[in-house]
Ligand binder design. Sequence first.
Ligand code: AHR
Length: 667
Amino acid sequence: MFRFRALACAPLRNLLFPAYALIGICSTVTAQSAKPVEIQIKADQVSTHVSPALYGLMTEEINHAYDGGLYAELIQNRNFKQDLKQPLHWQLVEGHGGVGSMTLDPSVPFNSSTPVSLKLTIQSSVPGQRVGIANDGFWGIPVTPTTSYHASFYAKASPGFSGPIKLSIESNDTSKVASSAEVSHLSQSWQKYDLTLTTAQTAESASNHFVLSANHSGIIWFGMISLMPPTYNDRPNGNRPDIMHLLADLKPGFLRFPGGNYLEGNTIATRFDWKQTLGDISQRPGHADDAWNYWSSDGMGLLEFLEWCEDLHMQPLLAVYAGYSLKGEKAAAGPDLAPYVKDALDEIEYVTGDVSTPWGSQRVKDGHAAPFSLEYVEIGNEDNFDREPGGYDRRFAQFFEAIKAKYPQLKLIATAPAATRQADVIDEHYYRSSADEMAFHANDYDSRRRSSQKVFVGEWATRVGSPTPNMDAALADAAWLVGIERNSDLVVMSSYAPLFVNVNDGAMQWRTNLIGYDALSSYGSPTYYVQKMFSAHHGDIVLPLTASNIPTSEWQPPAVGQRVPMVQSVPQMFFDATRDSGTGLVYLKVVNRGGTPQSVHVVVTGVSSIDSRGQAITLVADDPSATNSIAEPTKILPGVSAVDGVGADFTKPFPPYSVTVLEIQAH
Ligand code: AHR
């Protein structure tokens, strides 16, 4: 038998926080009971409105989110800058007796942003032999049947060497060539070569590498080398279609970019310096993503972030560098900060300006004539780490004054409390280390003072399951989202973090992430499906809902220092109801974290009739440890079923370990 909590509403609290009363979150008394859970929904009343951009995405270069992830480039270390002493991810190829050497050559710099070239010396190679360079990609180069790849490279040859040079995608295991193409003649000055490689009907495989080789002696210096597979919407320099489709299915309202810690860098020099991420990829220097310890090509630059938003119809939520980096290096408010404030103004102009503005015209030159719409700008990331008393407050004020003066319509998001200027929204982050901890906090916003600042929950997650959350986490995450949706008068936006993980060994820095992939395929975690269900199935109005007899479990929070915390009671079930004011459809969300089915008695008031047949979208697992993975990507998927016998008063069982959206047509 379950332990239940009988709810007894607290009138004083309800007087102080009227919305609290509407959503029926009441003081609780623990009791043993076998009574069904009771739900009452007032379908003719409005508790609040669902924020239109409640469900969004947060992203940064972590876990090979872009390089080796969403950004489709297949060549790792394409401009050789990952390590200026050795050409990481490049190997010398000496085939059938060919002899040569490969080295980084600082004496022949490729261009002003790449101070080296990759020098291939072919000492001896005759027809039948070959000498070349091979790239191992991001944990392999994916080969799929009848696929065209756009290869491009810059090269110059020594006098006497004129080619040809062969490009090929080859199996690591059998050396079989999946596709090849040839450049017949190389110039002695830097030149770009573009080719298409197309595979035949071949088996899918990630165990391949990319080779450029020749069979005449001489020297070739290579500049940037790129291999792009087909991209979403055929964008040049674009994104992987499979991952974009997963994201599109989430129907995200916004994209928060470019971080996260990645925005700040460990030092000012390694921040996301957006001006270095524009234009032709061969001119982009790239930078050390020292926040997450790997190299970023910056192929995913500012314009690519914006086009990603455009492709998925999301609004950009632009985070600007606020003069504070992770290791404490900072620009103090005042003259030191001024260049960064100017950078932010320029960045906003690049996003929103027309061709008559300097940075708007730069965007037009970069290939995007139309300005992007922008509503939110976030100043920094997690600036509560700035320990200088009033440090962020002063920096925020300087950004606030400058941005509001030029762009009064923009809403500014603070990342830590700022006292002297009223931010429009504050970004709060919640990472919970257990499902019980997340569930314990799931109703936190119910008791937040309604007059307080609007909230963006810009990062949140139950960190259980790796590399992606398991069902235990997904149930707690669903409980959290129920609380967010119910409180979306206060919480205007939310985004899980991190969004992406390349699941190969060595690619991951953060243990629990929403979407996993390798070079060939991608999958959504159970929490991904929770988000998909929530974001695609809700109304525009939150309905007043009261719940009683909610079963609870006990949770022992981890001891901090010497303090032994009290055992806490955690609800096992969570509910909210929204209604589409146009169609009358009511969406009842029910989370059952418990291991037994729960009968719920639902009473809907304030409508004339309810269709007896409804629809349930249910995510359920036999075991909370169950999960999806690259090997079993669809083990846990939501199912859709018709539900008969619904009405103004009905009882329905909800399975153990389940998240349900019950759609009821009210009239
Ligand atoms: O999501 C991972 C990191 O967590 C983010 O970069 C940072 O903002 C937070 O501390």
